[in-house]
Write a protein that binds this ligand. Structure first.
Ligand SMILES: Cc1ncc(COP(=O)(O)O)c(C=O)c1O
Length: 374
């Protein structure tokens, strides 16, 4: 048996998405910038995808800028805020995705910009009192705090953060890469400046995402060299990927509450089984259904002889997991997120992440393998 528990790293593509993309590849090959019918056909496919995405997120089509990844979208949000909005201070946290952390550090080293890191609680959630203090000290900053952490799943309160941002004239970017397609996101109800998305996290294709930018903001492109994306991102559009993204989001949003309930039930079953079968297991991050992403479970296991090779042993046994985030897999204990929540170094950490395709039988298989290895 092979069981895939690494859905926070990436997900298997939905067959309907593959079919729609294959159709697009076969039938739509024009360059969307070309003025003849083949070009106009491709442009129409991109614009239809944009319109559908905007409708699902309840924002304007003009607020969606397609990118080549979630990483690029995060880069764009931070770099545009500094280049075009007069931001000289970024308030973020030590457990953001590297797409945010490394970009903030790179801007700090080159521009006249400073970065502050908000305090975190034991679950890795932003301490809102500290955020208030920081925003009062640095009005006009960019706050960049993720909606859900990709390693431990803890959710930040986006509405409470945006309230603090607005009270202190700050801009607000939230990395929503782990939550778009997982929760119904209604931007007419969220007061944010930027959010970011990556299609491969919800059964769509890799190498395509977008940045939502509030229409009130005037920003300039990071990638220059053409007028695509309303002159916001140069380069011939990934028409097939964009069509796939829109289709994947449509499928993800369809019956989303039922999916949340059934995947959360799998996660709860996983937690209960672990507690019963592997004594000494603890969980990192907020594991309550209200406070934690239902697709992610980060587990600290009791030390054992096999700790150092646990991920490898699980792999040979057909259980595919990560040690932290995908880029940290294999390097148990070295994750910046676990350091950020002061996780003790002597325990092995495994991130199990689920999707609508995960079954109880797969959970039983993984737990039995884990038990036999520990
Ligand atoms: C929270 C978060 N932000 C950004 C990214 C980067 O997205 P992409 O893989 O599309 O570059 C990821 C992917 O792991 C993520 O989990």
């Amino acid at each position: 048996m092979q069981v895939y528990f690494d859905n926070a790293a990436t997900t298997i593509m939905d067959t309907q998405v593959i079919d729609e993309m294959a159709d697009t590849m076969r039938n739509i090959f024009g360059n969307p910038s070309a003025i003849h019918s083949k070009g106009r056909q491709a442009k129409a496919a991109v614009e239809l995808a944009r319109k559908n995405i905007a409708k699902m997120l309840r924002c304007n089509s003009s607020e969606i800028i397609f990118t080549g990844s979630g990483t690029e979208a995060d880069n764009m949000a931070l770099r545009c805020a500094v280049n075009d909005l007069g931001v000289t201070h970024i308030i973020t946290s030590e457990i953001e995705h590297k797409a945010v952390l490394d970009t903030a550090k790179s801007l700090e080293s080159k521009e006249s910009l400073n970065v502050s890191y908000v305090k975190l609680d034991i679950y890795g959630k932003a301490d809102l009192k500290d955020l208030e203090v920081l925003t009062k000290k640095h009005p006009g900053s960019l706050i960049s705090l993720m909606h859900a952490n990709n390693e431990i799943g803890s959710l930040n309160d986006v509405k409470a953060i945006s309230k603090i941002a607005r009270e202190n004239q700050c801009y607000f970017h939230s990395d929503t890469v782990q939550t778009i397609g997982h929760y119904p996101i209604d931007l007419s109800n969220w007061d944010v400046d930027f959010i970011t998305c990556s299609a491969h996290k919800f059964h769509g294709p890799k190498g395509v995402g977008f940045m939502y930018k509030n229409k009130s903001l005037k920003i300039r492109p990071i990638v220059t060299g053409g007028g695509q994306e309303s002159s916001m991102r140069a380069g011939t559009e990934n028409v097939t990927g964009i069509v796939g993204l829109a289709k994947a989001l449509e499928i993800a949003n369809n019956g989303i509450q039922d999916k949340i309930r059934s995947v959360q039930a799998i996660k709860t079953y996983f937690i209960n089984q672990l507690e019963e079968k592997i004594v000494g297991t603890c969980f990192n991050g907020d594991i309550t259904p209200e406070g934690g992403l239902y697709t992610v479970l980060n587990v600290s296991l009791p030390p054992s002889e096999k700790s150092s090779t646990l991920l490898f042993q699980l792999d040979i046994n057909g259980v595919y997991v990560s040690g932290g985030s995908a880029c940290n897999s294999g390097a148990i204990g070295s994750s910046h997120v676990l350091k950020g929540i002061k996780h003790p170094d002597n325990r092995s950490v495994v991130r199990f992440s689920f999707s609508k395709y995960t079954t109880k039988k797969e959970v039983d298989y993984a737990i039995n393998k884990l038990k036999s290895l520990i």
